[in-house]
Design a protein around this ligand. Structure first.
Ligand code: HEM
Length: 504
């Protein structure tokens, strides 16, 4: 062999070997053969003592964890939020204190109803969840693309989701079931109007706005409180798909939203959103013709100013989907000093539900995983259970209780919950009196262009037309009529009703 060929071969083999590390078992032992099980003779049987084979199969058997009960299909990305306004007058919240201040974020966008492998062309609200890794702990804004919700009380949520999920008998989503439910829920009229407009199928995750839906409380350093609602405005512009475009997209590639987000970030077209807040002073909260802490209500921009407070940029894709997206856990209860929950009845139920489902879905110590843990050392006396990896590196680690004369950890009373007067009221189960179920649905309908109104009527008629019970159809038409007479009449006509049908 010639000398240069020898050198080339040596370099090739040498570099090849160097680049590959030794495959190891989970306990760290080098793997001798990853292709052949340990057998008696050439043909078997296979031995139970092949510990590596058993480890490999057992790991595979446990690869799946329960998917999210809602919002199972999603895509995630990472980046940062940069503040453009000092909001310290209103809140202590760490990301909003200084102009130019940057906070790392993780984001997950999702569809709601169907399973993990479902198409991204569905008419469905889209989840818009953002985790800020702040120096005061993790702060999550767990919102949706649409600024309102179907219901205002958490007690209705499981029934609503059951009606929207596939039937327990046919395993198919069925408008007969969910319109049966919504015909008893007049407050859903606003959300249904938005969902059946073309905003119900965003073109991709980059092209949708986001909303916290609920009002939260912001607290400043003097302990003063205001109510605040968040809106993310896409710098890529809002773009939606018509039913026809969605069908064409679905035939080509129904994972397009995931692919498009990943590709844009990979190729340096980083998507960005401006963050706006609307603020209502505590003393003004009762001054509207709707209850602002009712999640079926939008906070009108002409009455409550939109204030831009910063911009979020997504510039990093996940390295491992399971570890960084499937395992990420967002909760509306993940709050930091300066933000507290409002009395919104839907939000109050969510405060329980997310932490509860995370313990079920990801295990009790999920907040110790890389993507979920805060970016600082967390020390407290919660301990043990499955997959506990927290290292209590105190000198006197045998003191795992407090108060104690030897405890190294103490609470800091400046972060006590804000104090607020509650007017004397009866405990009981009561609907809010200011329901105003239809006005904002009508305003939204009238704000649409002629073409968008036409699409809304045809989208609604498409699903409502599948409902066999005429009384359900009529009740739904009645709600849309109350929102806007023309809207109701056009829908009735599209469904084949005449005026006489409503006189009976
Ligand atoms: C996910 C419950 C209303 C936005 C979830 C999950 C549950 C849940 C159990 C799965 C979480 C997980 O496994 O990690 C509820 C309940 C609600 C409610 C009980 C009402 C009482 C809402 C509303 C919004 C919303 C009003 C929007 C403002 C989301 C988002 C996710 C989610 C974005 C996905 C988070 C992620 O990407 O991991 N919800 N939800 N939910 N929910 Fe809700």
């Amino acid at each position: 062999m010639s000398k240069p060929l020898c050198i080339a071969l040596f370099l090739l083999l040498g570099f090849g070997l160097q680049a590959q590390e030794v495959l190891r078992s989970n306990t760290g032992a080098p793997v001798g053969d990853n292709q052949n099980s340990k057998t008696v003779g050439e043909y078997g049987p296979v031995l139970l003592e092949d510990i590596y084979l058993i480890e490999k199969l057992a790991a595979f058997d446990r690869e799946r964890i329960p998917e999210r009960v809602v919002h199972a299909r999603g895509a995630g990305a990472f980046g940062y939020f940069e503040a453009s306004k000092d909001m310290s007058e209103y809140t202590l919240a760490a990301p909003f204190q200084k102009v130019g201040q940057k906070t790392e974020v993780a984001v997950r966008f999702s569809t709601v109803i169907h399973g993990k492998g479902s198409p991204e062309t569905a008419r469905d609200p889209r989840g818009f969840a953002v985790k800020f890794y702040t120096e005061m702990g993790n702060y999550d804004i767990v919102g949706n693309n649409l600024p309102v919700f179907f219901i205002r009380d958490a007690i209705k949520f499981p029934d609503m989701v059951h009606s929207l999920k596939p039937s327990p008998v046919t395993n198919k989503q069925d408008p007969n079931r969910f319109f049966d439910f919504f015909s008893h829920i007049p407050e859903s009229t606003h959300m249904l109007t938005r969902l059946y407009s073309d905003y119900g199928i965003p073109k991709g995750y980059q092209y949708m706005n986001g909303s916290s839906v609920h009002g939260f409380k912001w607290i400043n350093k003097k302990g003063e409180m205001v109510y605040v609602k968040y809106t993310w405005v896409s710098k890529q512009g809002e773009k939606n798909l018509t039913v026809k475009e969605a069908a064409e997209q679905q035939a080509k590639d129904w994972q397009h939203a995931t692919v498009s987000l990943f590709t844009d970030i990979k190729e340096g077209r980083y998507p960005a959103w401006d963050l706006y807040v609307q603020i209502i002073k505590a003393e003004d909260i009762h001054s509207f013709d709707f209850w602002p802490l009712d999640a079926t209500k939008h906070w009108p921009e002409d009455k409550i100013e939109m204030i831009k407070i910063g911009t979020m940029y997504l510039n990093k894709n996940p390295r491992n989907y399971f570890q960084e997206v499937e395992s990420i856990a967002f909760s509306p209860g993940s709050l930091i000093p300066g933000v507290e929950p409002s009395e919104d009845k839907l939000l109050q139920g969510r405060l329980f539900s997310y932490f509860d489902t995370h313990r079920h879905r990801l295990g009790p110590n999920y907040l110790q995983s890389e993507v979920n843990r805060p970016k600082m050392q967390v020390d407290n006396y919660n301990s043990d259970s499955y997959a506990s990896s927290r290292n209590q590196n105190f000198e006197n680690a045998d003191v795992n209780y407090q108060p104690s004369s030897r405890a190294q950890l103490t609470d800091d009373n400046q972060y006590r919950a804000n104090q607020q007067m509650i007017k004397q009221a009866k405990i009981g189960q009561k609907k809010i009196s200011k329901t105003n179920d239809f006005a904002q649905a009508g305003e939204f309908y009238r704000s649409l262009s002629k073409q968008d109104q036409k699409n809304l009527i045809s989208n609604l008629a498409g699903d409502l037309g599948q409902v066999k019970d005429k009384n359900i159809q009529k009740t739904m038409i009645g709600y849309f009529y109350k929102a806007d007479a023309e809207y109701g009449m056009r829908l009735a006509k599209a469904l084949g009703f005449s005026q006489k049908d409503f006189m009976k």
